[in-house]
Design a protein around this ligand. Structure first.
Ligand code: CO8
Length: 256
């Protein structure tokens, strides 16, 4: 199939990103992701979902940089709305969401993982996670920042965001950016075990608690959604920003 987000029903419901080679989050992937998640959300039989990748060594490379280069203002606006929609659906999900982070997870990949209730990462210092936006010469928006503050606290977030720091798995555990490290082969089974622990709590009480914790952050984006889109479009269309994204993409390609 040419689906880019697979929904598999095994012991638990698993959403697997499958956009070769690195699960970059294109407009298509984001749209498909939000639709798939919404379907699970309204399915009363589905109480939890494990988010992972179909590829070894990579969870997600984050937002598709080619969606932010050389396109029209209309395209940038549609793309950004889709990024917001993914975040609103995932951060606001009533289901238990567990990230099985089987590899690297920069920027948007880290954001997706932080949206989940619990994070398990493959114990390999070659895999790193973090919000590295400043390294690309771009700025993580306020709701990325708030998601990180809610995960690791203000001080760690401030330092991480200014430096655009990527944390190798052991360091990510130390700062609480992920909750548990296990060997690569055990990431999936550990996620399934964690899911049964989370699902043992009565749904209504857990859901209301989750909402109490997250609602102010979600409301903040809902309230400023259009302004945030305008802000993104005017930022990303600047020549200087286009140039630094281009330099970053060229460096990625040359690295080989
Ligand atoms: N978007 C588009 N293409 C990408 C991306 C990406 N995010 N990441 C990698 N690719 C491409 C590479 O260019 C390469 O293409 P090609 O084969 O044509 O040369 C291909 O995917 C494979 O990449 P690698 O060879 O680098 O694969 P590795 O397995 O060696 O490494 C990594 C995988 C670790 C994911 C590595 O590719 C990497 O570090 N990628 C960059 C990730 C990154 O910095 N993402 C940040 C995106 S920005 C974001 O998510 C939030 C932006 C917030 C907006 C702010 C407001 C303005």
């Amino acid at each position: 199939s040419n689906e880019k987000v697979l929904v598999e029903l095994d012991e638990s419901t698993v959403m697997k990103m499958k956009n070769p080679p690195v699960n970059s989050l294109s407009l298509d992937v984001l749209t498909e992701f939000s639709i798939s998640l919404e379907k699970l959300e309204i399915d009363r039989g589905c109480r939890g979902v494990i988010l992972t990748s179909a590829f070894p060594k990579i969870f997600s490379a984050g937002l598709d940089i080619t969606e932010m280069c050389g396109k029209s203002a209309e395209h940038y606006a549609a793309f950004w709305r889709a990024v917001q929609e993914m975040w609103l659906k995932l951060y606001g999900s009533n289901m238990v969401t567990i990230a099985a982070i089987n590899g690297s997870s920069p920027a948007g990949g880290c954001l997706m993982a932080m949206c989940c209730d619990y994070r398990i990462m493959a114990d390999n210092p070659k895999f790193a996670i973090g919000l590295n936006e400043t390294q690309l010469g771009i700025v993580a928006p306020f709701w990325f920042k708030e998601t990180m503050v809610n995960t690791v606290g203000n001080r760690v977030t401030e330092q991480s965001l200014q430096l655009g720091q990527m944390y190798p798995a052991p360091d990510a555990l130390k700062i609480g950016l992920v909750d548990k490290l296990v060997t690569e082969e055990k990431v999936q089974s550990t996620a399934v075990a964690a899911m049964s622990q989370w699902l043992a709590v009565p749904d209504h009480a857990r859901q209301i608690t989750k909402s109490i914790m997250r609602k102010p952050t979600i409301d903040n984006l809902v309230k400023h959604r259009e302004a945030d889109i305008n802000n993104f479009v005017s930022f990303i269309t600047k020549d200087s920003i286009q140039k630094s994204l281009q330099v970053y993409m060229d460096r990625l390609k040359q690295k080989k």
